[in-house]
Design a protein around this ligand. Structure first.
Ligand code: FAD
Length: 314
């Protein structure tokens, strides 16, 4: 089923929905551990899960394999990331065919991270230049079979910090056939909500799914903020700095910060939260527990949420 349809159904039912990102592990044991974790995280009731694609098609076979297993063995609605940089077009065709054959109907269409050895990404001869081109290509080959997500950036991406320009390019991706947007992680809710307002003003009406990165350790928190060059609110540093050498305390403080952020997002017009799990379950589960978003078997995700203003938010 298409992700956008599932999101619409959740919104009409007046309940927030969630999803989890996973990446292909490096070892066979890691893959098996991840399948076990995916199976357990099924109980958290994700609307979908997604599996990343290595830049330049690295480990693409494993991404396709994981998509197939998640979709057809674990019954998780699965979205396959697919990039269009620095690799032959045949890899894109093969991946789309495999996704199709696995029953996967959702693709996140991306340009791709620059390969590690190069500073900047360069379009290959005769290849795709932007994610927009990949969206168009998938639509031309598969019509409406795939729901196509695209990436959004509230604070700029690696090669462009001009968020107004990025919103124009986001609109092009949506106009080309993108049906939902997943954003880069961020920690500053004010910046995100301001960006969301501008995105709506630009006429982008598809669901916007904020990417949430739970906090596992202080070192990882700082590394990710530096890597994405996102703003860390002063209050976050003041809360995390004093406990930085105590991993358990960092997790507790980080959990409170992320929970507050999620509550503000849900109150601010967002209906779906996407968790960058880093292939770990615990931090995401703790945040969902505090948000009262872990389904019980009798009434999955139907409990009233006191901090929600109303039903039917965009
Ligand atoms: P685009 O939308 O094509 O934009 C790339 C650049 O081109 C931007 O600077 C944009 O402003 C510019 N641009 C776009 N259109 C035009 C135009 N018409 N004219 C001029 N300039 C234009 N990377 C991976 O390798 N694997 C993954 O699995 C992966 N998953 C991701 C998931 C999410 C949710 C996000 C947010 C990012 C992910 N990335 C992944 C990273 C992503 O590939 C990089 O950030 C990449 O540099 C940009 O990809 P994009 O799809 O946003 O590109």
């Amino acid at each position: 089923m298409h992700i956008s349809e599932r999101l619409r159904a959740a919104e009409e039912a007046g309940r927030p929905s969630i999803s989890f990102e996973f990446f292909p592990p490096k070892t066979a044991q890691g893959v098996q551990n991840l399948y076990d974790r995916m199976d357990r995280m099924h109980d958290l009731g994700p609307t979908f899960i997604d599996v990343t694609w290595g830049a330049g098609g690295r480990h693409s076979g494993l991404t396709c394999e994981m998509v197939k297993v998640a979709q057809s063995v674990y019954g998780l609605e699965t979205c396959m990331h697919l990039t269009c940089t620095d690799m032959e077009k045949s890899k894109i065709d093969d991946a789309l065919k495999e996704a199709y054959n696995s029953g996967c109907t959702n693709i996140l269409a991306l340009r791709g991270d620059p390969p590690r050895e190069n500073e900047k990404w360069v379009a290959s001869q005769g290849g795709f230049q932007y994610a927009r081109d990949l969206v168009k290509y998938i639509r031309s080959q598969y019509g409406d079979h795939f729901d196509i997500g695209v990436a959004g950036y509230s604070e700029g991406c690696d090669d462009n910090k001009n968020t107004d320009e990025l919103i124009r390019h986001l609109k092009e991706k949506v106009d080309a056939g993108g049906t939902f947007v997943i954003t880069q992680m961020f920690y500053d809710t004010d910046i995100f909500l301001d960006w969301l307002r501008k995105v709506r003003e630009a006429g982008i009406t598809v669901p916007i799914i904020p990417g949430i990165m739970p906090i596992h350790t202080y070192g990882a928190f700082i590394r990710r903020a530096n890597w994405t060059e996102c703003n860390v609110p002063k209050a976050w540093m003041e809360a995390l700095e004093p406990v930085k050498n105590d991993d358990a305390a960092v997790r507790d403080v980080g959990r409170e910060l992320i929970v507050e952020m999620c509550k503000r997002l849900l109150a601010g017009g967002i209906n779906h939260l996407h968790f960058y799990t880093m292939n770990l379950a615990q931090a995401t589960r703790m945040v969902l527990e505090d948000l009262n978003l872990v389904p019980d078997l009798e009434s999955p995700l139907e409990k009233p949420l006191p901090w929600r203003p109303s039903k039917g938010l965009k």
